[in-house]
Design a protein around this ligand. Structure first.
Ligand code: ADE
Ligand code: ZN
Length: 330
């Protein structure tokens, strides 16, 4: 059975993390930057563990220096998404990398990314929306500046605010001001938690920042009360199984709690996180979930609808995408 054609909704995709390594190597060459240390001899990204991954990620991102670079990046990323049957995607973008949190510069980067998204929607049939993301290990002061960029550009396209980075640095409460600013601007909220840290990191994120979604959140499985809370409060998990296995959070997909979380009433969705870094695609995620847990076409149909319900886009967009999830009449 081929899963490529099934219409997919992806909620957790870092824009820079979707950059094909050859694309980044090409930009480095154009700009005469030596970042050869981040690649293996076969051209793929090279890193030892999650924390080294974050460094390699930032080194790769250093080649993206202009709005036009981001326009090209967005087109390259969406080409891969479209090839894998993704019809709607939300991507994490950071004013930290796009203009150093300067609001004027950020507007230019955002405009370029949106131009690429419009082009991809017309030519490839994939709809993109943006989630501004602060980087936890850059600290709460920078997060406030990032949130201001998000609040000032919130709208039909820029629909969310989130936090990525090293979840072992700082406490969620340190970022409450930034998240309050984003909430007041009407943005949907998501926080990376429970990827590397334990269930308490998810609980603290929920209590301090009140997000509708948690990025990863899989550590919640180790706390029965938290699982019940997630189900009761309808908190949606943006689960990235391939990322978790590649980075060593779980040894193999068989050990991953996605199936048990789902069985216990937690709303799970499936995404790739940083696909070329983890040698994955949305198609591959579906294939692996089918192989290991037996998920079938019906499960994937339900998964896509659940993800669309949790998307931060407006209801007109949601209704338009919902039609694309319905099986074509024969
Ligand atoms: N930034 C990019 N990918 C990430 C991940 N998996 N966790 C935290 N921060 C990230
Ligand atoms: Zn992530």
């Amino acid at each position: 059975m081929s899963f490529t054609e099934l219409p997919k909704v992806e909620l957790h995709l870092h824009l820079e993390g979707g950059a094909p390594p050859a694309f980044i190597a090409g930009l480095a060459k154009e700009k005469k930057l030596d970042i050869s240390g981040i690649f293996k001899p076969d051209g793929s990204y090279d890193y030892r563990d999650f924390w080294h991954f974050l460094e390699v990620y930032e080194a790769a991102t250093s080649t993206l220096q202009t709005p036009d670079d981001y326009k090209r990046l967005t087109l390259a990323v969406l080409e891969e998404s479209a090839k894998n049957g993704v019809v709607y995607s939300e991507t994490f973008i950071s004013p930290d990398f796009c203009g150093g949190r300067d609001l004027g510069a950020w507007r230019e980067y955002l405009h370029a990314i949106q131009e690429a998204a419009d082009e991809a929607e017309r030519t490839m049939g994939v709809t993109l929306r943006g989630i501004v993301t602060c980087i936890r290990h850059f600290g709460p002061e920078k997060a406030k500046e990032t949130a201001l960029c998000a609040a000032e550009t919130a709208g039909d396209w820029l629909v969310g605010f989130g936090m990525a980075g090293d979840e072992k640095k700082g406490k969620p409460a340190d970022f409450a001001y930034a998240f309050d600013m984003a909430r007041e601007a009407g943005l949907g909220l998501t926080v990376h938690a429970g990827e590397w840290d334990g269930p308490d990191s998810v609980r603290d994120a929920l209590d301090a920042l009140r997000p509708a979604r948690i990025g990863h959140g899989v550590a919640a499985w180790h706390d029965r009360h938290l699982v019940e809370r997630l189900a009761r409060e309808n908190i949606v998990l943006e689960v990235c199984p391939g990322s978790n296995v590649f980075l060593g959070v779980y040894k193999q997909l068989h050990d991953h709690p996605i199936e048990k979380l789902r069985e216990n009433g937690v709303a799970v969705t499936v995404s790739t996180d940083d696909p070329p870094f983890f040698h994955t695609t949305m198609t591959r995620e579906f294939e692996q979930l089918n192989r290991v847990f037996g998920w079938n076409e019906e499960d994937f149909g339900y998964l896509a609808k659940e993800a669309l319900d949790a998307a931060f886009c407006d209801d007109v967009t949601r209704a338009k995408i919902r039609k694309r999830l319905e099986p074509a009449d024969v």
